[in-house]
Design a protein. Structure first.
Length: 268
């Protein structure tokens, strides 16, 4: 069983949703990024989702755009992110790590080469934001060869026939985007989430996680009641942004924010 499958099995056994935490790798610098990731892993996140910093992050709101900019300005690149994964994997051998990436980052160095190096570093899966299933043949083949899961996104506007097409090629889990638009903290989440999760489950036995906009305990609780996993990104990234003038405080602040949000993972 893969690390991702094990993570969801553990959460189910504990009668709760899995907590998936997103950070942009290399934000705001290599050492601080490592410390922030370590704080999340030590705090018990079920899956760590690392964003590969990219110059044109079309699916991301301002919070994550600025995180990518900080990481790039600090010198982050694919090589430094793979080094981060290797180091985290050594420290935390059981927790799954997945990439949230734009396909250009995978395509330019060569899809097979990228997947081979990512797997060797200890990565478990890839979420290529802008690679639809119709064009994912090369990525799927390279991922399977290297034992990487391929996570795909379902949006509120995705019709049933397309959900079926996505489910046919996805592995690891399905990522449901809770709202139209880009990433970022929101005041409220749509009331349509339970129905959307139930619809996706008609087409797959994979776990369904919900992300985009989840930023407070009430949101986590709302999503955890219906989904297999809860993805929190911007609320954690903003913890970094709030302490840029005193970066030594970021790991402690990150751990505190995580503990606060995990309060929404009530047993069910």
């Amino acid at each position: 069983m893969s690390r991702i499958a094990n993570a969801f099995a553990k959460a189910r056994a504990e009668k709760r949703a899995a907590f998936v935490a997103y950070l942009c790798a290399g934000d705001p610098d290599t050492a601080t990024s490592h410390a922030a990731c370590r704080a999340l892993l030590q705090g018990g996140v079920d899956i760590l989702e690392l964003g590969l910093p990219f110059t044109d992050p079309l699916a991301d709101g301002l919070t994550n755009q600025l995180a990518a900019q900080r990481a790039l300005e600090a010198g982050a690149n694919t090589e430094s992110v793979l080094t981060l994964v290797r180091e985290l994997r050594t420290e935390f051998p059981a927790t799954p790590i997945v990439f949230y990436a734009y396909y250009n980052m995978i395509f330019v160095p060569g899809v097979d080469k990228f997947c081979q190096r990512a797997a060797a570093a200890g990565l478990d899966g890839l979420l290529a934001l802008d690679c639809p299933p119709e064009e994912a043949g090369e990525l799927l083949a390279a991922s399977r060869k290297n034992n990487l899961d391929n996570i795909f996104i379902v949006a509120p506007t995705t019709p049933p026939e397309r959900i079926a097409k996505i489910a046919a090629v996805a592995s690891g889990f399905i990522y449901y985007v809770s709202l139209e638009g880009v990433t970022g903290e929101r005041t409220e989440l749509p009331a349509s989430i339970p129905a959307a999760v139930n619809e996706i489950r008609q087409y797959t036995k994979l776990p369904v996680v919900v992300g985009f906009g989840i930023s407070k305990v009430a949101h986590v609780k709302q999503v955890a009641a219906v989904a297999d996993g809860v993805v929190v990104g911007s609320a954690l990234v903003n913890t970094i942004a709030a302490h840029l003038n005193d970066r030594a405080k970021i790991p402690t602040a990150m751990a505190a924010k995580l503990a606060e949000l995990q309060g929404g993972l009530a047993h069910r």
